[in-house]
Design a protein around this ligand. Sequence first.
Ligand code: GDP
Ligand code: MN
Length: 397
Amino acid sequence: MKLLEYMAREIFWEHGIPVKKSIVIDCVDEMHDKINAAGLKYPVVVKAQVQAGGRGKAGGVRFAENGDEAERHARAMFGAQVRGFTVKELLVVEKTEIETEWYLSIITDRQSKGPLLIFSPVGGVDIEETAINEPDKIAKVPINIFRGIRDYDIIYALDRTGADMAMYAKLKDIAVNLYNAFIAYDCLLAEINPLAITPSGEFIAADGKVEVDDSALYRLPKLLALRDKHEDDPLVAEARRFRFHFIRMDADGTAGVISNGSGMLMGCIDMFANKGIKAGAALDLGGGATAERVREAVRIIFCAENISTLLLNIFGGITRCDEVANGVRMALADIPADKKVVIRMDGTNREEGLAVLADTAAIVVGSTAEGAEAICASLEVRANDGFLPGLFGEGTE
Ligand code: GDP
Ligand code: MN
């Protein structure tokens, strides 16, 4: 789960990382009063709370000297698109006087199999950009989880990047606090960019990006409650109610795919791609799907606009094919007749499952490859439908 900036700031504040005073607003009404009531001093920065970086360049970060200016920005920003996201909340934060922008993050790193501290004295820009333009200005330091962050980790980071060694003690403080936050919130990423240095030499976290491992959300109830509130896609939220993982794919894709495992899901999508079929949506059932849940899964995937054909690919282990078949049978009664369901089942109770589907409209295939073939055939039929007028020489309308 990617957190919005203001949530990241809350976590930073909890862990002793300096942030400026701020408030979150969801409408322009009485904005000036709210800013005053919270004790914020002008100038302020008005920032779009969307799950995207690079907001600054996209008009999502604006400076205001007074209440009128802040309100004008807010009016322009609410409801606007920033990097493809609609702005519903704004953070108003006291502006930091910045002399230098540094970069500091901790990620869960596959290569070193643990937390990795990334530091650069070139901040305010994407770290990927720095990695290309000034690779010498980035230090990557694997953190030993038994010892935590040590003096020498920070000394190495500053030395390697040619950064001001005098900042060492303050940087270590921030890094240790960031590491504690990273561990406390089971993070995949905890990033401060820019880590601002004020003219008086103080560090301030002027922006924050935190991504929490979804598997840990069960023990972070505060975040779990926020997740659904901030889920933009109603189908993702709907699928989650049944413990499904719903993934939007190509906006103009017309094929849907459901499977009991993400590996098989990806395999199917690859096979589609090889045949030039665009998947529009995918849904992972997880293990042990019951008839009732399969019915919901099929209903949900056809709720996605454009999806006309579905490949349901099941390898029955814990999941029983007869349960799946019964679910499909029920779902076929719910969905419009022009929606096609192609199904491939193998494994536990396959024969029973096939018997359940015998007199239904489901197209049963023997393998994943045949499934992709059937989806292809079904989509081509649709394409031809659209071209029929042309056959009579009347052209298309
Ligand atoms: P992002 O573009 O989504 O990463 O949003 P940021 O919050 O990082 O803002 C982008 C840039 O705006 C920063 O790199 C800074 O240069 C500038 N900026 C953001 N907040 C402040 C602030 O409080 N004071 C000053 N002087 N600049 C800021
Ligand atoms: Mn930033």
